[in-house]
Design a protein around this ligand. Structure first.
Ligand SMILES: *Cc1c(COP(=O)(O)O)cnc(C)c1O
Length: 431
């Protein structure tokens, strides 16, 4: 057999021999770009081309690539205690992280459960909701979720997700879900009414939602007042509430959590993505005391029999502790408001553009919708044309149909932001 000389092939070709990528139709999509280095908001590929990471690598990286402060914390932890099983054992990074995190979460949140990614954080929340009623011997098995929601790709998370692209092959195999419209401006009443009806007609255990911003739907936004009203309706009807803050958490909306804009606090929260500053996969689901108490019993069958091998990995916890420390500095808070101000200036400049139908800004999140004759498909031709144009111009942006959004690392410079805005503006000329 002929020996293959991998040294003579580039990374992209070697990748294509072996690797199956996420959300990728390999037959029609371009081969992946090989990234060899990252620093701050910048990434470089294997031919030294520079890219601005305008979406913080799928919303995980607030403090910049190859961040030294987090890297040092990780190195220190790796050379002290890299990992220990969490069943029957504990360690300082997990305990410290629980103390620091509970201090900044809404004050009804009292217990944390660790897992590995956003989907598992949601999976745990949904299982807890269902078992909470099982343990109390009440039959409540339906979950309420928003239209166009995204909660992840494991089964319960996928069931709760409403973007058909991700779920169509699995219809009919899900837990019971009822879907209600998002209370966008002008359509709040329809959402309230649908929620009340869903509760009346089903045995609803919980309502899961992305608070204030639906990320994967294209940064669709709604008001805290409307969400408060929905949460009130749930509370009055003993329906548990799950805030999926996987995308919105840790400063993206201008406050530490999107739920900080609310009067009514959710029963559970799901955290991941920026939790470790974009370094090590980790997730946390947080709970009220009441939820924890429903599992606390002499009966072993009432326990939560859920766990992942790498639960509360000490190195991940150390990365999360370093990230929290960075997030809470005045300097980082100033970066967040600086990015917000830049976005608002760009919004003023672009909102009257004849090809723009609407714009929205919250915290470091900016989105604009391009006017189209018919509804643009999620991964359709317009999206691909825009994506390619951005990549050619050294900007990593992943439009959703006709929606272009920016969600940069907080430490991005004003001139890098300006370059993103200029390229987005010139993209309007090619559509
Ligand atoms: C990304 C995301 C998830 C899924 O997280 P993964 O780490 O990709 O499993 C869940 N919910 C929301 C709101 C997300 O943005």
């Amino acid at each position: 057999m002929e020996k293959i000389n991998f040294n003579k092939m580039n990374l992209t070709d070697r990748d294509s021999r072996n690797i199956w990528h996420p959300y990728t139709q390999h037959k029609t999509s371009k081969p992946p770009i090989a990234i060899v280095k990252g620093e701050g908001a910048l990434l470089w590929d294997d031919s030294d081309k520079e890219y601005i990471d305008a979406i913080a690598s799928w919303w995980v990286n607030p403090f910049g690539h190859s961040n030294r402060f987090i890297a040092d914390a990780i190195y220190k932890q790796l050379t002290t205690l890299e990992h220990v099983l969490f069943g029957g054992f504990t360690h300082e990074p997990a305990v410290l992280l629980s103390e620091k995190l509970l201090a900044i979460l809404p004050n009804n949140q009292k217990k944390l459960f660790f897992s590995d990614n956003g989907s598992t954080a949601v999976e745990v929340a949904i299982k807890v909701a269902l078992q909470y009623f099982f343990n109390k011997e009440e039959k409540k098995t339906t979950i309420i979720a928003f239209e166009n929601a995204f909660h992840g790709d494991t089964f319960a998370a996928m069931a709760a997700s409403g973007i058909s692209f991700y779920t169509q092959a699995f219809q009919g195999m899900f837990i019971d879900i009822v879907r209600i419209p998002v209370p966008i401006i002008g359509e709040e009443e329809a959402s309230f009414k649908a929620l009340a009806e869903a509760i009346k007609n089903n045995n609803c255990a919980a309502f899961i939602f992305e608070p204030l911003v639906q990320g994967a739907a294209g940064m669709v936004m709604f008001s805290p007042e409307a969400l408060d009203k929905l949460l009130k309706i749930c509370q009055e009807n003993s329906v548990l509430t799950i805030a999926d803050e996987v995308m919105t958490g840790f400063g993206k909306t201008g406050k530490t959590f999107a739920c900080d804009y609310l009067q009514t606090q959710p029963d559970m929260m799901c955290l991941s993505k920026a939790l470790t500053g974009g370094t090590i996969p980790m997730a946390i689901t947080s709970f009220t005391q009441e939820l924890f108490d429903a599992f606390y019993s002499d009966d072993i069958n009432k326990a939560l029999f859920h766990g992942h091998t790498f639960t509360a990995n000490p190195t991940g916890c150390a990365a999360a502790l370093a990230s929290l420390e960075l997030l809470q500095t005045d300097e980082m808070q100033n970066q967040i408001s600086r990015v917000n101000t830049q976005h608002l200036d760009f919004q003023k400049r672009i909102e009257k553009h004849p090809k723009v139908s609407t714009t929205r800004v919250l915290g470091v999140i900016f989105a604009l919708e391009i006017k189209t004759e018919s509804q643009a498909s999620y991964y359709g031709a317009l999206r691909n044309k825009l994506y390619d144009f951005f990549i050619e111009n050294g900007i990593i942006l992943r439009p959703v149909g006709n929606i272009v959004y920016i969600l940069p690392p907080y430490i991005i410079t004003n001139s890098q932001l300006q370059k993103i805005y200029d390229v987005v503006e010139s993209a309007l000329e090619i559509v």
